[in-house]
Design a protein around this ligand. Structure first.
Ligand code: BES
Ligand code: ZN
Ligand code: ZN
Length: 493
């Protein structure tokens, strides 16, 4: 689908295809925006007649569709309510773009023109994100149902500024879509080696890629991540991405770390069969990191950023790790593996330590589909954050609000930390029945020294069962926009 932005022109009656028009809600009904006023006149009042007949009030997201109104070239008009002008933010413009394209995508129309005065770039972003669907494995016409819309043109005021803004936003969308694609791929297609190959595509954008294989990780003493992959026939890999966009190439980098379990069976602590297929999404944290690196490099962010992902498959087999095994991590600390299904923290432990040790970053943010308990605590709207640094949490919270990928800070502390003490090693990898997301975070914190650090548990936000205004059901790409925005608002030259 082509999406382009052009300067608004005076006469809209010649526009063919589907035209999207807007109205505000007022105390006693609705108020058409100027393009809607004009087309209402040209169509002899057809628009207001339809609005009145359907009790249209201009409320946010309310829609009225008119087919083949006479007096105008458009074959279809979609009238959309946007609520009040003060409430019509950039985020709302995205949602409206998403709603409108979803309504028209399979309408039979090839061309859609949206007549919007403000926030045109965000409107375009909504169109882009909502029209994405992971349909590569459909082969029959019945399933494919290709969208009819080929081109979306957004007419706006100050189109030059809007175009510039969209060119940066669409790089971020590229990152979101890459993350969604990675998360949607099944485990037989996306496994550590094939995943690393896909990450290498970022080299085209100027990202440097380094891959540590099992031998290299053994040399570093990374038994913690290696133990997780021990039962799989796939090689465990750690991939390091470097985007050095700052003017000062020696400036201390920011670091993003992601859990990339390409499939989580639970290992010998096998998960129940029902719903296990969902565990292809267990690399969602790493996908957010890869997507964010793509976004940052794509828009040439002026910051030095390191991305590190631990790619591994958690399988039961004759060579798999046993419950009760003791492994030694790169940090030197030993871990009693009580439950092989609590593998994400074992992966991140070595990634975090390596990251801190090698790059001495300004901060580390890790993302992971880490605990089912996160879904119990916060559901699917907010991701939980756990941190040793309030300023970084505040920045992340603000970024989350700005891009509608919200986070909520959870507590950590000594009382929780005690719960993962082990009788025979420095720690155990599970902390008992209560506070499962917090004890997981405590485990991670034992691999972070003084570096400002945030752990984001995205178990609830990486995948949706129902579509939203800007995403089809399935992989959300959550985290890409959040991280990009954090960098943009606080850490660029
Ligand atoms: N990948 C899962 C977490 C998960 C579970 C995310 C369900 C989304 C939905 C993780 O590796 C895991 O299995 N965690 C266990 C930890 C437990 C054994 C302490 C969990 O949450 O049940
Ligand atoms: Zn698990
Ligand atoms: Zn897992």
């Amino acid at each position: 689908m082509n999406i382009n932005i052009q300067e608004i022109s005076g006469d809209y009656s010649n526009i063919e295809g589907a035209v999207v028009l807007f109205a505000l809600s007022t105390e006693d009904g609705y108020e058409f925006r100027p393009p809607a006023v004009q087309l209402d006149e040209k169509s002899n009042g057809a628009l207001s007649k339809a609005a009145n007949a359907s009790e249209f009030k201009g409320k946010f997201g309310q829609m009225v569709e008119l087919l083949a109104p006479s007096g105008v070239a458009a074959s279809r008009i979609l009238l959309v309510g946007i609520g009040t002008m003060e409430g019509f933010t950039a985020l709302k413009a995205e949602q409206i773009g998403g709603k409108a394209i979803h309504k028209l995508m399979h309408s039979g129309e090839k061309n859609v023109t949206i007549l919007i005065g403000v926030h045109a770039a965000h409107n375009a972003m909504g169109v882009r994100l909502r029209s994405y669907k992971f349909d590569k494995y459909y082969t029959t016409e019945k399933n494919v149902k290709k969208p009819s819309v080929e081109t979306v043109t957004i007419l706006t005021l100050e189109s030059e500024a809007a175009k510039a803004e969209f060119s940066s936003l669409s790089k971020i969308a590229d990152g979101v879509i890459m993350a969604r694609n990675l998360v949607s791929e099944p485990g037989n297609v996306l496994y550590p080696e094939s995943y690393a190959e896909q990450i290498k595509e970022l080299e085209q954008l100027g990202v440097e890629i380094e891959v540590l294989d099992e031998d290299a990780m053994e040399e570093f003493g990374m038994e913690s991540i290696l133990g997780v992959g021990q039962g799989s026939s796939s090689e465990t890999l750690m991939v390091i991405m470097k985007w050095m966009g700052s003017k000062d190439k020696n400036a201390q980098p920011l670091a993003l770390v992601g859990k990339g379990v390409t499939f989580d069976t639970g290992g010998i602590s096998l998960k129940p069969g029902a719903g296990m297929e969902d565990m292809k999404f267990d690399m969602g944290g790493s996908a957010a990191v890869v997507g964010a690196m793509k976004a940052l490099a794509g828009r040439k962010a002026k910051a030095n950023v390191i991305g590190i992902v631990g790619l591994v498959e958690n399988m039961p087999s004759g060579t798999a790790q046993r419950p009760g095994d003791v492994v030694s991590s790169m940090s030197g600390q030993t871990i009693e593996v009580i439950n092989t299904d609590a593998e994400g923290r074992l992966v991140l432990a070595d990634c975090l330590w390596y990251c801190q040790d090698k790059y001495k970053p300004k901060f580390m943010i890790d993302l992971a589909t880490l605990t089912g308990a996160m879904l119990v605590a916060l559901g699917q709207d907010y991701a939980g954050i756990f941190s040793n640094d309030t300023d970084l949490c505040d920045q992340l919270t603000a970024a989350g609000q700005a891009v509608d990928e919200p986070v909520w800070r959870m507590p950590i502390g000594d009382g929780y930390d005690k719960l993962i003490n082990s009788d025979i090693a420095d720690m155990k990898n599970v902390g008992g029945r209560y506070a499962g997301s917090i004890t997981a975070a405590q485990f991670l914190q034992r691999f972070v020294n003084e570096t400002p650090w945030v752990h984001i548990d995205i178990a609830g936000t990486a995948w949706r069962q129902k579509p939203s205004d800007i995403a089809e059901k399935g992989a959300t790409g959550y985290g890409v926009r959040l991280l990009d925005r954090l960098v943009k608002d606080n850490y660029e030259d």
